[in-house]
Every structure is written in C-alpha cells, then in structure tokens.
Design a protein around this ligand. Structure first.
Ligand code: ATP
Ligand code: MG
Length: 354
C-alpha cells in the first residue's frame, strides 16, 4: 500500500471559511479513489464572519493558524472560495479561434460591458464552455467576476496563517464538485437526476438544486442550527459553548428530545418545504428526485427520516467521504460526524486534481 496515494507536489488544502468555523481538508488520489490526508475544524469568534464577509481578519487568521496546527499537514498552498452571492457570472460568445491568452486579453478589454463595477476593483475569471450551438465559429465563455476586495481579504487571512491562496473558487462550484462524488450513490445515475442539496448551517440554510450535476437554482434563508443552540441555552441555562457541545455530545435532560429537538426538526421540515415551494414556483420543475442534507445541522439524528416522511422525497445525509480511504492520522468518528458540513471544503480540496 505504501506510496499508493501519492500526494502531488501541487496538492492544495481545501479551506472553507464559513460564518462559525474554519474547515480544512486535504485529499490525495490514486486512480479514481480518494483518501482523506488531513482534516480539522476550528470555531471562529462571534461576528468574525458576517453574512459571508470577513469582518475580523485577525480573528479569522488566528483560527486558520489553529486549524493548520491541528491538521498537521505540511501543505501551504490552499484553495478558498467566495460566496456565490458575491459573484456575477455571464455566458458570452467569443471568437472560437482565439487562444486562451488572446481570449483573456480580449475579455479584459470587453469586460466593462458585462460587469457593473470599475474594472480595477474586479477580479475576473473565465472558462470556455464549448462551441456555441448557434454559430460554430463562436465559443461560449463563462465569465465570472467579483469585487477584488473579496478575494484579497481571503488571501490576507490565509497569509496570516502562513497559507498561500493558490486557487480562489466560488462556493457553488465547490459544492457541484463534491456533489459529483455523491451522485453515483443515487439510484438513477448522474444524468437524469434533479437533486435538492439543502445546506443547513448555523445561521443560513441554502437550497441548491442540481440538474445533470449543474446548479440550476439557489436560494438562501436565514435559518439554522443557532436557533436550536439558543433554545438549549434558554431552557437549560447554558452558555453558547456548553449548548453547542451538548448538541453534538448529548447529556441534556430527558425532555430534550421531545420538548426541544423534535420541534426544531419540525421547523427544519417547514423550511425545507418552503424553499422547495419557491423553487417549484420559479421554474419548470414540480419535483426533485432526492433531497441531500448538508451543513452541520444535517447531523441531527432522525432529520433525514422526518423530511422524507413529511415531504415524500427520498432524503439522505450527504457524506462525500463514503467511498474514500482515510489516512490513519484522521479521526474516523469525528470525520463521519462532520462530513455533511465538509462538502465545500471537499470540493475545494478536489481542485488539487484539476
Ligand atoms: N453533530 C451535530 N449535531 C447537531 N448539530 C450540529 C452537529 N454538528 C454541528 N452542528 C451544528 O451545525 C451548525 C454549524 O454548521 P456549519 O458548519 O455547516 O455552519 P456554517 O457553515 O459555519 O454556518 P452558515 O452556513 O450559517 O454560515 C452549528 O449550529 C452546530 O451547532
Ligand atoms: Mg455554511
């Protein structure tokens, strides 16, 4: 087995900076099989990240320093993401005969037609999607732009922890990449499926609908596990930290399940149902084949079953590591419990193999 999973020299740490924690994941690959080389999660100070914006760079930098120390990986190159809501994308047509360099130059000249910000404040990226269906001499190009400061603040926070942001991606693309690992587990195969990925974090619930592996819809709601934490605090007189631990490790009084957790599960069902109604109302779909639960709150036992029963759609908890090998440095139990919250970190770590 030795040397089977060789870390490429250009291996990247997937770093997800979310509102409550920083998450680090490193993968290696042998053929089509992945192995988790390193992983760690560290909490962020309150309000260090507010609505996907880094408000306290020092606090984020320090948490990144701790997560790097905890993961004990020697890799310094990283892939991070900006939120999809911070990015403007447009599909445009360009001359198909242009080389990548020529295309980039041309795009820099023309981009001000498509981007509503001064170009010197904008970070641009593009990807050729293929030949235009209307004109074989034109290529369809996906143009993505976000404010440069969004990228720079992430680079700077990583630098505080000695990391180098080699790749700056978009969260939705990272999610799609990680979803690619899960779709073979879903009956019906990759191509025909319409799947709702519901990421329930601490403050935010994001519905992403993927069709043929591509995101066709996203919607955010202000709802998450914090509501449960606050209810535990209020009812049992605990601090935020104590309540957060109790959620994961148990040890709460007997009435917790019936009086606190079950009403919260019902509230989650309501949120998921409402988000899906918005999706159905917006377009040509009136059904999804699966619901995949992601985010830390997806780890609440029995949530998948209740959603499936109430909404009538087969519901699974996302585990991007189901088919992966684990380095013996990785705590398998902790990884299994954190797995649904690591979809974005996983999609970012997969950038190592582009
Ligand atoms: N095993 C568990 N059981 C119940 N809740 C859990 C468990 N693990 C994590 N959580 C909860 O999940 C939430 C954190 O999830 P996640 O890491 O996905 O959030 P986030 O991405 O930082 O937040 P947001 O998406 O709102 O910005 C917290 O409310 C935490 O208490
Ligand atoms: Mg999140």
């Amino acid at each position: 087995m030795l040397g089977l999973f060789t870390k490429k020299a250009n291996s990247l740490l997937g770093i997800d900076i979310s509102s409550t924690s920083v998450k680090l994941l490193e993968l290696s690959r042998s053929g089509s099989r992945y192995r988790v080389e390193a992983y760690a999660v560290e909490p962020l100070p309150p309000n260090a990240v507010v609505e996907k914006n880094i408000a306290d760079m020092e606090g984020v930098g320090q948490a990144l320093g701790r997560v790097v120390a905890k993961a004990r990986s020697g890799t310094k190159a990283a892939a991070v993401a900006v939120a999809g809501s911070a990015v403007i994308t447009k599909t445009i047509e360009m001359d198909a005969s242009l080389s990548d360099d020529e295309l980039e130059n041309q795009l820099r000249i023309e981009a001000d037609q498509y981007i509503p910000y001064p170009l010197e404040e904008v970070a641009l990226d593009f990807e050729v999607q293929g030949v235009s269906p209307r004109n074989p001499e034109r290529a369809e190009v996906l143009l993505a732009a976000c404010r440069r400061e969004n990228v720079e603040v992430r680079e700077a926070a990583l630098a505080l922890a000695g990391l180098n942001a080699k790749v700056v991606d978009v969260e939705a693309y990272a999610l799609e990449r990680a979803y690619g690992l899960l779709s073979p587990q879903l009956a019906g195969g990759h191509d025909e499926l319409t799947v709702a990925v519901v990421d329930i974090g601490a403050t935010m619930t994001t519905l992403s609908v993927l069709h043929n592996g591509r995101t066709i819809y996203t919607r955010e709601q202000l709802f998450g596990g914090r509501q449960l934490t606050e209810e535990i605090q209020r009812r049992y007189g605990l601090s935020v930290e104590e309540a957060g631990l109790a959620k994961k490790q148990g040890g709460l009084p007997d009435d917790y399940d019936s009086e606190v957790l079950q009403p919260f599960r019902e509230a989650v069902v309501q949120q998921v149902s409402r988000s899906l109604q918005f999706f159905f109302a917006a377009g040509q779909f009136n059904d999804v084949d699966y619901i995949l639960l992601a985010g830390g709150t997806a780890s609440i036992p029995g949530l998948d079953r209740l959603i499936q029963q109430k909404i009538g759609t087969q519901t699974l908890v996302a585990n991007p590591f189901a088919d992966m090998a684990l380095s013996n440095r990785v705590n398998a139990g902790a990884l299994a419990s954190d797995a649904p919250a690591l979809m974005i970190a996983c999609g970012l770590a997969m950038r190592s193999f582009d």
